[in-house]
Design a protein around this ligand. Sequence first.
Ligand SMILES: Nc1ncnc2c1ncn2[C@@H]1O[C@H](COP(=O)(O)OP(=O)(O)O)[C@@H](O)[C@H]1O
Ligand SMILES: O=P(O)(O)O[C@H]1O[C@H](CO)[C@@H](O[C@H]2O[C@H](CO)[C@@H](O)[C@H](O)[C@H]2O)[C@H](O)[C@H]1O
Length: 504
Amino acid sequence: MSPAHAGAPDAGVPPFDWGALPPAALADHLARQRWSGARGATITDVRVAGWIPFPLDAADACAIVLVEGRVNGAPVRWQLPLLAPSDAAVDLASADATAHAPFRDALRAALAAERELPGRTTDGRPLRWRARAVARDGALAASLPSRVGGAEQSNTSLLYGEAAIVKLFRRLERGPQPDVEIGRALATTRFAHVPALLAVVELDEDGDVTVLAMAQALVPRARDAWEVVVARARAALAGDASTESDAGVAEARRLGEATRRLHDALAAVGEEAFAPEPATPADVRGWAGDAARAFDLALDAVAPPPGEDASTDTARAFAEARAALGALAARREELRARLDALVARVDDDAGLRIRHHGDYHLGQVLRGEDGTLAVIDFEGEPARPLAERRARHSPLRDVAGMLRSFGYAAAAALREVSAEDDVAPRADAWEAAARAAYLDGYFHAAAEGRPSYLPRSRVSADALVRVFELEKLFYELRYEVRNRPDWLAIPLRGLQALLAAEVR
Ligand SMILES: Nc1ncnc2c1ncn2[C@@H]1O[C@H](COP(=O)(O)OP(=O)(O)O)[C@@H](O)[C@H]1O
Ligand SMILES: O=P(O)(O)O[C@H]1O[C@H](CO)[C@@H](O[C@H]2O[C@H](CO)[C@@H](O)[C@H](O)[C@H]2O)[C@H](O)[C@H]1O
C-alpha cells in the first residue's frame, strides 16, 4: 500500500491512503467481528467508500473509515475507526483505533468541543463528521481514564471514568437512529429509568444524515438485570428458595412495572413518529406471518454449511437444532393452525401500535448501586432494517422479549450444574414464577387500569404475547447460529416448552 495524500493530514503525521486498504483484509476482518453482524459470513464486493481523517495528539494517522460490502447479497455499510496499519500484512484487528487511548481521548474532546471534521468519499464527494451536544452537563468536558466496554454487544462502547459512555454504531443506515430518537423523546417524559443522552455524532453526506455515535451518562458500577436474575435463578436451582429466588421473583415484578412505565411514556410522547396507531386484525395476521417467516429463516440458518466437519461441538449443536426444527417443519400446518387460532383469539382487540424497545431483554436493563433501574439500547434488533426498527408495533412484543429472557436465565443457570443433578424441574418452576411475577408487574402496575395501547382483554394480550414469543424464539435460534452456537440449546429448550403448550 502506498502512503499517498488522503485529505488534510495533521502536521507531523505521515499521510495515509485509506482508500487503498485491501478489500480482502477488510472482508476478513469484518467476518471476524460480532459487530459486523456478518461473523463467519462471506462478505463480497467490499470497498472503502470514504473516510474522515481524525486528528490525534499522538503521531499516528487515524481515520473514521466507511466500508461497504454485501452480506448474503444485501448491501451493508460499516464504520471502522482505524489507525494506519503499520505492517504489510494489514492486520486490521490491531489497527482498530477504539483500542487506542489517544483515539478515545480525542473522540471525547471532539464531542465536548462539538467539532466538525471534513472527509471525502472515494469518488471525491465531501463528507462531514459532526459532533453535537444534547446536554451541557460537563460529563464529557474533562479528560478521564477511558476503556473499551467488555460486554458482548452489537456495536462498540467506550467508557470514560464513571461519567459517560460513547457507543459507536458499527453498521450504518441513513436516517434517525432509534437509540438517539427514543433517548431524546423519553427525556421529555416523566419516565426516569433512562440514562441522559449527552451528545450525538452525525455523518452528513450532502444533507443525508447518518448517526455514527451517541454519548450517554454512565450508570456507575452498574450490574445488568441479566447478571442479577441469573444469580437468582442459580440460587433457586441450588434449593435456596427462601432468600435469593424469592428476591428474584420480586425483581421480575419490578421489571414488569418498569416495562409498563416505559410503554406508558412511549405512548405519551407528543411527536409524529411516536403517535399511537390502531392495531388492526390485518396487523395481527401480519405478526403471525412474521412468526411463521422467522421459523423458515431459523430452519435455513441451521442448514449444514458447505464442507461442515460433523465431528465438532458446533456441528453437533447445529445437528440438534436441525433435528428439532426439522420435526417442527413436518408439523408446519399444525404450527400455522396454532398461529391462526391465536390470531382468532385476538380478533379486533389488539390495542394500539406504539414505538417500543424492540430488542428487550435482561441485558438491556441496568441496575445502579442504589437499585435504580435504567433501560438502554433502544436500537431494536440489530439485524433488522432501520424502517422496521422505527416502526410502531404492539408493545407486547417487548413483554415477550423479556419473558424469553427469563427462559434464557433459567437455562443459563441450568447449564452450570452437573447433568447428574436433576434440577431441571426447579429451573422450570423458577422460570414459571419469574414469568408470572413479571406479567403481574406489567399488567397490574398501575391503579389507573388498562391503558388504551393494550388489548381490552387479558386473553387477547396473552395470545399476542404467545405469537411474539414464538417469533423471538425463532429469531434467537438464528442469532445463536451466527453468534454463539454453543448456546443453541437454550432457545431449543424454550421451543420445546412453548410447543408442548401450543401445538398439540
Ligand atoms: N448508560 C450506561 N451506563 C453503564 N453501562 C452502560 C450504559 N449503556 C450501556 N452500558 C453497557 O454497555 C453494554 C452495551 O450497551 P448496548 O447499548 O446494549 O450496546 P449494543 O447496542 O452494542 O448491544 C451494556 O450491556 C452495558 O454493560
Ligand atoms: O446486542 P443486543 O443486546 O442488541 O441483542 C442481541 O444480543 C443479545 C445477547 O447478547 C440477544 O439476547 C439473547 O441472549 C440474552 C442472554 O445473553 C437473553 O437475555 C435474551 O433473552 C436473548 O434474546 C438478543 O436477542 C440479540 O438481538
